[in-house]
Every structure is written in C-alpha cells, then in structure tokens.
Design a protein around this ligand. Structure first.
Ligand code: GLN
Length: 284
C-alpha cells in the first residue's frame, strides 16, 4: 500500500528536472485523488487507491515528456477564476492578466461616463479575457470572437460556469464577421514568429498553432488588428494588444501610422513592456 506522502515524494523525484517538481507532483496527485492541494497535505498518512496511483504515475510520465500540466488537469487559474482548458485552446498566461488589468484601469478611468461600454475580445480562446472582464464588470456588453469553432465551444463552457449572463460569441476570422463599433477592443493575438513556432512544432508542442503563429515577424495578425480595428472603434474607443517584448516599438509605430492617439505600453510581471494600447480620436 502506498501512502499519499510516499507517492508525492516519488512523483517529486521523478520530476526533479522540471522547474517546480514538488508543485507539479502535488497538483497531479491532488488531481488524481480529486481533492484540493490543501487537503492533500492533510492526507499524507492515508493510503492511495490503486486506480488513483496508476493515474498519478501516468500523469507524471506525461508531465516528464513536457506536456503542460494545465492540459493534464484540464484547468488553469486566471485572475483567480478556474478556467477549463484542453488542446482546443491556448493555456491562459499570467502575462495576459497584466493586459486585463490595464483594460480594467481604463474602464474605471471612464468612471460613470458610460456604464454599458461595448467590449470586443478578438481571438478569445478559453475566453479568459472576455469572461474575466464580464465577471468583474457585469455591466459591460462583452463580445468574444474566435476563428476556431472548437475554441468557441471551450469559451462557451467557461462562460456558463463562470458567468451568470452569457457573452455574445461570434465565429470570426479577426473582424470578418464583426459588425458595428466598440468602446474597447482587446486581444491576445498570435504573435510568435514562424521560426519560433516551427521549433515548438518540432517539440510537438500541443497548443493550437493558430493561437500562436503571427507570420515571419510575428506581427501579421497585429497589423490587421490595428488597421481594421480602427474602423470598429467608436470615437474615443481604445484598442489593447498583447505582444512580445521585442515587438513593442514596431507595434507603437503601426498604431501611430494608422492615426491612433495616446499610444501607451505596459509592463508585464517582469517589468518589460508586453502590451500596447491606443485610442481612436473623437471626430469633431
Ligand atoms: N506568450 C505565448 C508564448 O510565449 C504566446 C502567446 C501568443 O502568441 N499569443 O507561448
């Protein structure tokens, strides 16, 4: 008979070469046992049912091969909310929380002026941006769009679990099926270069390529977002985009060229700029 403690120690040792062996082992073991991480620590002396031990060992092997822990657990926390994830969608990153925070600051800055701001999240994936915004600011009218039907199915599932009111979901290749204008457009678009993505594919990286690849310089999608997004913004409306550190200057330039004003960049948790915004001027 194996105890929780023994399994945890064993898992931790097998995962020793990963960044966070103990955390990963604890997450996988609590997943196999169907209990919280906190409860796991309180269950050290208990013995593990064989089926759970078997599942745990399989998951440790999968994790050892580099498979993301969030796909194994089918869960990722974003802004304190538990999002369902699987291979149909990109796993939400902490960096994107920074983007959401900036959008929230922007909304709060508009205090009282407009209550029912219209927000569009392009390339929503899990829905982490759109759903978090709607969860924290229920008065917003939020539309979430994605080119992938299967990503939208995941977004729908998350919105059912995490929201009391549904989001508007649209299957759309960027703006192709979007009509009307918005006060805020936000996106975590694909922005990796083709080279970077080719390397990930060589490693059989399981996340959807459409959510990652932004062409030769990684900016293909971002150019369209900035150029076409302008026509989908109301006067004074703002576009917020996440990108890679090295892309920020080029993106600010694309914003300027298209006629946006108040162009701003925002640092991620490591202090390096990772998001850009600009607004469409009011017409006199
Ligand atoms: N930050 C992601 C990564 O490095 C890329 C996400 C994206 O392209 N939107 O894997």
């Amino acid at each position: 008979m194996t105890t929780v403690r023994e399994a945890l120690v064993d898992g931790k040792e097998r995962l020793a070469n990963l960044e966070t062996p103990f955390l990963d082992a604890a997450l996988l073991l609590s997943h196999a046992l169907g209990i919280s991480k906190e409860k796991l620590l309180a269950s050290y002396p208990d013995t593990i049912p064989l089926s759970a031990l078997h599942e745990f060992n399989n998951h440790v092997s999968k994790r050892l091969s580099g498979y993301p822990i969030s796909y194994i657990r089918k869960k990722k926390e974003f802004f304190g909310l538990p999002f369902y994830v699987d291979e149909r969608v990109l796993v939400p990153r902490p960096d994107t929380e920074t983007l959401v925070e900036e959008v929230l600051k922007h909304i709060r800055g508009k205090s009282g002026m407009q209550k029912n701001l219209k927000v569009l999240d392009i390339g929503t994936g899990t829905g982490c941006i759109a759903i978090t915004l709607k969860h924290l600011q229920p008065q917003l009218r939020v539309t979430a769009a994605d080119i992938s039907k299967s990503a939208l199915a995941v977004c729908k599932l998350n919105s059912r679990h995490l929201l009391t009111e549904p989001l508007e979901l649209i299957e759309s290749d960027l703006f192709s099926a979007i009509s009307g204008t918005f006060d805020i457009i936000v996106s975590n678009p694909p922005y990796l270069t083709s080279n970077e993505v080719a390397q990930m594919q060589e490693r059989r990286w399981p996340e959807p390529i459409t959510a990652l690849e932004g062409g030769q310089d990684g900016l293909d999608t971002i150019r369209i977002l900035i150029n076409e997004g302008y026509d989908h913004l109301s006067g004074g409306g703002a576009l917020f985009i996440e990108a890679g550190i090295e892309q920020i200057d080029a993106i600010e330039e694309i914003f300027r060229t298209r006629g946006y004003q108040g162009i701003n960049s925002y640092p991620d948790l490591s202090g390096r700029n990772r998001a850009v915004s600009g607004y469409k001027p009011y017409v006199e």
